[in-house]
Design a protein around this ligand. Structure first.
Ligand code: NDP
Length: 525
């Protein structure tokens, strides 16, 4: 089957293909077709179409745009199961996971946007300092223009579609480059936007590999929104710096999971297993470092081990809990991390190797006695491995959690909620949960993003809507005075009044400020 020529929905904007690549099923290892790569001239043409579509889409106004984007609801309702199956076919992930983490998430983000965008992006009045008496001040937002969105393979629909929807609602148009690793879902994203019935050029999808992404970042776009690895993020930022244009980076993580002595161990163990192994561990906010206080360490590890050993590994048709690795090359990172950890003294309590069957399956793995010098502790693993670190107390856990190049997400487990919130506030990361995992990213009103090497910028919530907008400060004067007292001329007579004004402003004295102001007006005559 050659999907290079047979995408489910024919592109209305044919893109010149310089070459094609083959995609193998992560479940069976068999070919799922060949896919076209959009070359630089195809990317340039897509950007031109998006730019041409921009003025009309911007001028439709927020209510008009929301009306169009709301067509997402019937499309998702009618196709939820078939879309989820197509994502599963591409990635191997369980169909339930595709429904919950891709399709439900997309709707939640849009539902938030449509309810809040008019308020969040509307003009708002702000206080005007007394020294500017007689004026009114506002903040307003306007779209940046054409946004380049580059998305990864782990949640290939959600991470492609959600930022596009946020960019669109503000009046931008978009050129999307989904990951080459999951091209069936890239085509699904294109189909989804076509089914919504967006005007021509409002969303252009260019398919291909890193060269297509590089052509997009080098092209005539006004902002780039990138989700992916730190290594590629650096290249994207360098490309953005050449123009310069704003660049939002949603990068990797090595999330800490801190189990206090008073945690509900049963819940914490189940959460560690789900949070570390959902999507076969290929989640930017996966549980990647489990710190357990010494007094409960052995009991907790035993509970986790029982949970991990009860999981079923297999493809979407087998109703398994854990699917295959989506990207074959990622398996070698997992193997390298496990081998290095074992060599440096970690114990493999369960798993540790590939599953003996076709496809890209890896046994869920639990490692104990993990220490800070191991690669599995320092680097993002992005696979089905739970590394456990024994700590003396919560203080040691917080210190270790923060002593890391990443800072994306994290969680704290305790039945003392005020202690949990205190510890959560001390974690250096973009999001944190007390007694929960992953769900913070599903809440559409909470800003999402990383600190340190985990990224720059925020999306979701109010920050996420404004990320795609220019901010404008606006001040309005009735225009009744012919001259402002602080304008020219700078006469000798004016100086004492200006001094009094300065003392009033800096000293915070309203009477001095007003008398300086009145004297200024008088001295001007
Ligand atoms: P990559 O960085 O390899 O790729 C991300 C995207 O960038 C892909 O579409 C890729 O294309 C494209 N790309 C590759 N080279 C270039 C280039 N030179 N210029 C522009 N674009 C380029 O990441 P992965 O797809 O492997 O995703 C996994 C990573 O993403 C992990 O580190 C994970 O933590 C992170 N991630 C972060 C999230 C967050 O929100 N913070 C969420 C999910 C994942 P192609 O694939 O076709 O080569």
């Amino acid at each position: 089957m050659s999907l290079a020529n047979s995408s489910p929905v024919a592109s209305s904007s044919p893109q010149p293909a310089s070459s094609a690549f083959e995609k193998l099923s992560p479940v069976t290892g068999e070919s799922q077709g060949t896919f076209a790569i959009t070359d630089a001239s195809g990317v340039e043409a897509a950007i031109k179409r998006a730019r041409a579509a921009f003025p009309a889409w911007r001028d439709l106004g927020i209510d008009g745009r929301i009306k169009v984007l709301n067509r997402l609801r019937p499309v998702l309702l009618e196709n939820a199961e078939s879309f989820a199956r197509r994502i599963s076919e591409d990635t191997g992930k369980p169909i339930q996971e595709a429904l919950v983490t891709e399709l439900i998430s997309i709707w939640l983000y849009h539902d938030y946007n449509r309810k809040h965008a008019a308020r969040v992006l509307g003009r708002r009045r702000v206080k005007t300092p007394l020294v500017f008496t007689g004026k009114q001040s506002y903040i307003e937002y306007f779209p940046r223009g054409v946004i380049g969105v580059i998305s990864p393979w782990n949640y290939p629909l959600q991470l492609a579609v959600a930022p596009v929807l946020s960019a669109l609602i503000g009046g931008n148009t978009v050129v999307l480059k989904p990951s080459e690793v999951t091209p069936l879902t890239g085509l699904l994203a294109e189909e989804l936007f076509k089914r919504i019935g967006l005007p021509e050029g409002v969303v252009e999808v260019v398919h291909g590999d890193g060269s297509t992404g590089a052509a997009l970042t080098a092209g005539d776009i006004d902002m780039v929104f990138f989700t992916g690895s730190v290594a590629t993020g650096r290249k994207v930022m360098q490309a953005a710096a050449q123009k310069p244009i704003p660049c939002e980076l949603e990068l990797g993580g090595k999330d800490a999971f801190i189990v206090c002595a008073d945690a509900n161990l049963e819940r914490a163990a189940r959460a560690a297993v789900w949070g570390g192994l959902v999507n076969c561990g290929q989640t930017c906010i996966s549980v990647e470092r489990i710190f357990v206080v010494d007094s409960v360490h052995d009991r907790f590890v035993q509970l986790v081990r029982e949970q991990v050993e009860s999981l079923r590994v297999g493809g979407p048709d087998e109703f398994a809990d854990v699917g295959p690795m989506i990207f074959a090359r990622q398996i070698s990172t997992v193997e390298r991390h496990i081998a290095d950890a074992k060599e440096k003294g970690a114990r493999i309590l369960t798993g540790g190797a590939r599953v003996d069957r076709p496809g890209q399956f890896f046994n869920p793995t639990l490692l104990a006695d993990v220490t800070t010098e191991m690669a599995i502790y320092r680097e993002e693993t992005f696979g089905p491995v739970l590394p456990v670190v024994r700590v003396q107390d919560e203080e040691e856990a917080i210190r270790l959690a923060n002593d890391h190049e990443y800072g994306l997400n994290g969680s704290v487990w305790t039945q003392n909620l005020s202690k949990g919130m205190r510890l959560a506030s001390r974690l250096e990361c973009g999001q944190v949960a007390v007694n929960d995992v992953i769900s913070t990213t599903g809440h559409p009103g909470l800003p999402f993003g990383g600190v340190k090497a985990s990224g720059i910028g925020r999306y979701h919530g109010e920050e996420g809507l404004r990320a795609f907008m220019h901010t404008k400060g606006l001040m309005v004067d009735r225009g009744l005075l012919n001259n402002e007292p602080t304008w020219f001329p700078y006469t000798e007579r004016k100086l004492p009044a200006v001094l009094s004004l300065a003392r009033g402003v800096i000293g915070g004295s309203i009477p001095k400020l007003l008398s300086g102001f009145i004297n200024l007006l008088r001295s001007d005559k």
